[in-house]
Design a protein around this ligand. Structure first.
Ligand SMILES: C[S@@+](CC[C@H](N)C(=O)[O-])C[C@H]1O[C@@H](n2cnc3c(N)ncnc32)[C@H](O)[C@@H]1O
Length: 339
């Protein structure tokens, strides 16, 4: 197998007119409207955003994101899926506290574009830090709920994909393990942290999501050889997860620092991706050992020569990354080959 990883350093709002191949899945996390960290980014996009008019500011920020969602629609195949990771902002403006529900606003935009809304995932990071309560201490009724979760909103363009009918073998070899399905398709995810500190970049924090997040979504909602788009690529976590899942990717990012970080990350990823594969197989092996103590496992994955719970896992094959090499500079294209 071969995959291709394209990286464009540009403004995602021009995505609609960008010359890129069609994509099968979108996994992304935009700047979050009304979260302080992103104020400057949004105010550069639209000079009319005034934070002291928070409801209007929230809407104007979302209108900038709308341009990207419309661009996504231009390149996504019929039946393709969009996964948007977003957190709602809570903020006091002019002495008045409220929540800014980006999950609702973005869902409404995709409904307006005719997308089917699929069940969402709520996830939170494991945290050892004490909760930061806001409001009136121990005295009811004016304290506020602490927001420690984020959403993965999931939308489908039109009906089910029709192209899969002719790709039966590829689809079967893209299967996930039964025990992975049981966790991945739950609506509540607990995640461990991501690399947040940035070196040699204009921003201190990456705002990266944990690798496991795009990795699961890519394996849940695409098959091998598909192309995954992230219009807010950041440090390239989606591109790396696509590479590790034998999918091609397209990443778009405005910051040249982050484009450089991503290119390095992908070019030096072979050992890391091989470790991810080994850890996944090892986890399955351990699951099998435990399950076999109480239940018989009837099926065998033919290529991995491992017991599996269902017939649908029999042809599963997790490709082993062999080599990555940059074949073009602008836009950057990195090619990957697998055993
Ligand atoms: C929440 S972060 C995404 C982090 C990414 N998921 C990761 O794992 O590193 C949003 C990213 O969007 C980028 N961004 C903001 N506005 C943009 C625009 N108009 N076009 C392209 N990228 C933009 C920011 O520089 C930032 O890296």
């Amino acid at each position: 197998m071969r995959t291709e990883h394209i990286i464009h350093e540009t403004d995602a709002r021009s995505l609609g007119s960008l010359d890129i191949p069609q994509v099968h899945l979108v996994v992304t996390s935009p700047p979050y409207p009304m979260i302080e960290m992103w104020d400057e980014v949004f105010m550069k996009m639209n000079g009319e955003i005034v934070l002291s008019r928070p409801i209007e500011a929230f809407e104007l920020m979302n209108r900038e994101l709308d341009k990207v969602w419309e661009g996504v629609d231009k390149h996504l195949i019929e039946g393709g899926i969009v996964c948007v990771n977003i957190g709602n902002a809570t903020r006091s403006v002019n002495g008045s506290f409220s929540m800014f529900p980006s999950n609702v606003r973005i869902t409404q935009k995709f409904m307006d574009m005719g997308y089917t809304v699929l069940p969402e995932i709520i996830w939170r990071k494991q945290s050892t830090a004490p909760n930061k309560f806001m409001g009136s201490g121990m005295l009811p009724p004016n304290a506020y709920i602490t927001q420690e979760h984020e959403y993965i909103l999931i939308f489908r363009k039109g009906g089910m994909r029709q192209d899969l009918k002719t790709m039966v073998d590829l689809r079967r070899s893209s299967a996930y393990f039964w025990e992975e399905r049981n966790i991945w398709f739950s609506d509540l995810w607990q995640m461990t942290g991501s690399r947040q500190k940035l070196k040699n970049a204009s921003r201190e924090r990456s705002a990266a999501f944990p690798f496991e997040l795009p990795f699961r979504l890519i394996n849940m909602f695409s098959i091998k050889g598909d192309r995954v788009l992230d219009p807010f690529m950041g440090t390239g976590t989606t591109s790396l997860a696509a590479l590790a899942s034998c999918r091609s990717s397209i990443g778009i990012e405005l910051s040249s620092d982050l484009v450089g970080i991503t290119v390095d990350r992908i070019q030096n990823s072979v050992e890391e991706v091989q470790r991810i594969r080994a850890a996944r197989l090892d986890k399955h092996r351990k699951f099998v050992e435990t399950r076999q103590q109480t239940k018989e496992i009837k099926h065998v994955a033919e290529f991995h020569k491992m017991p599996v719970v269902t017939n649908q896992e029999r042809m599963i094959w997790i490709d082993e990354l062999e080599e990555v090499s940059k074949i073009q500079d602008s836009p950057v294209i990195i090619e990957a080959t697998y055993k």
